[in-house]
Design a protein around this ligand. Structure first.
Ligand code: BGC
Length: 314
């Protein structure tokens, strides 16, 4: 069976893996992104990762999943707001790895993987939403990934859910990702901590070495009222966006990925209730889209990038 290298470039970390064409991971590597260093330094690290993963292996191609709009023909990342890349010729920087590198949006990659070997396997329509530094999206309709005119479609995180709301890194206001990404949850957790010095969130953050996307959920489990409010508010905003997606695409499956999705039913149960209450004609609908977590977890991005490398270029 052929082997490919899949790279998932995130705002926080870079994941890489050697993936067999059936989706099986054979080797992996990770390193921090530290995007403030600029694209060239980050791309150097990606190149080093590709070389390490490819050493001594027969690799048929490399897929790079990027958090933004990519132009696979030109080999450029056109615009990625959360890492600050604009028209960056990443293929040229990676040329000396000796591998041909294909580019795909990170969440589109996750959707490809989930549709092929994960939560949406066997379905004809699915939406994958990744909750990380930003919110990513991949839409599969009638078995095909929705690309739009130039491949820039499915920027689900940048649908506006609050007119004139909070500022997004993309320059618009009120984008879904400013309310429902992991970054947004962390920001709200920190704000709740500042407002409630007696909250259990302080102890939890201390014990875990800082605030992350799990802190508020841990606080809720400990019965802390401030944490419970943060989680409820987070799920409310997440639910508004998911309900919009249900009303637009009505897919068979909506799969959530990214670290926050690891909360499983703690997140999904209240989320499903939120979404159903906002679904168009909900009371009369016999079947609702299934809202589940990505079964490939945080591997979806690397697997999908590798599977993309196996596809014929457009
Ligand atoms: C970007 C998307 C990306 C997502 C997750 C968003 O801010 O616009 O292209 O898929 O973050 O990384």
């Amino acid at each position: 069976m052929k082997q490919y290298i899949g790279i998932d470039l995130g705002g926080t970390g870079i994941k890489g893996a050697v993936v067999r064409e059936d989706g099986e991971i054979l080797a992996r590597q990770t390193c921090p992104t530290r995007p403030r260093r600029g694209p060239a330094a980050v791309a150097e690290d990606i190149g080093a990762m590709i070389r390490t993963l490819g050493r001594g292996r027969e690799v048929a191609g490399v897929g790079l999943g990027c958090p933004g709009t990519v132009d696979d023909r030109a080999g450029t990342v056109v615009y990625a707001c959360n890492i600050g890349w604009v028209n960056y010729d990443v293929r040229r920087t990676l040329e000396d790895t000796g591998f041909s590198v294909r580019l795909v949006n990170d969440a589109n990659a996750a959707a490809l993987a989930e549709a092929a070997v994960g939560a949406a396997k066997g379905t004809r329509s699915a939406v994958v939403v990744t909750l990380g530094t930003g919110i990513g999206g991949g839409v599969v309709l009638d078995g095909h990934l929705l690309t739009g005119f130039t491949g820039a479609a499915s920027e689900l995180g940048h649908m506006c859910i609050v007119a004139d709301g909070e500022s997004c890194a993309c320059g618009r206001r009120g984008c879904w990702e400013t309310y429902a990404s992991a970054t947004a949850l962390i920001r709200r957790t920190e704000a709740a901590m500042a407002a409630h010095p007696d909250s259990a969130l302080h102890r939890i953050a201390r014990e875990k070495g800082g605030v992350d996307g799990r802190t508020a959920f841990a606080g809720q489990e400990a019965g802390d009222p401030a944490a419970t409010r943060v989680v409820a508010e987070y799920i409310r905003y997440l639910g508004v966006g998911i309900a919009n997606l249900v009303n637009i695409f009505f897919p068979e499956v909506i799969a959530l990925g990214g670290g926050i999705a690891n909360q499983g039913e703690t997140l999904l149960r209240p989320l499903r209730a939120q979404v159903q209450s906002q679904e168009y004609g909900s009371a009369y609908t016999k079947k609702h889209p299934r809202i589940v977590t990505c079964t490939l977890g945080s591997d979806a991005g690397v697997i999908g990038a590798a599977l993309f490398a196996a596809e014929k270029p457009e």
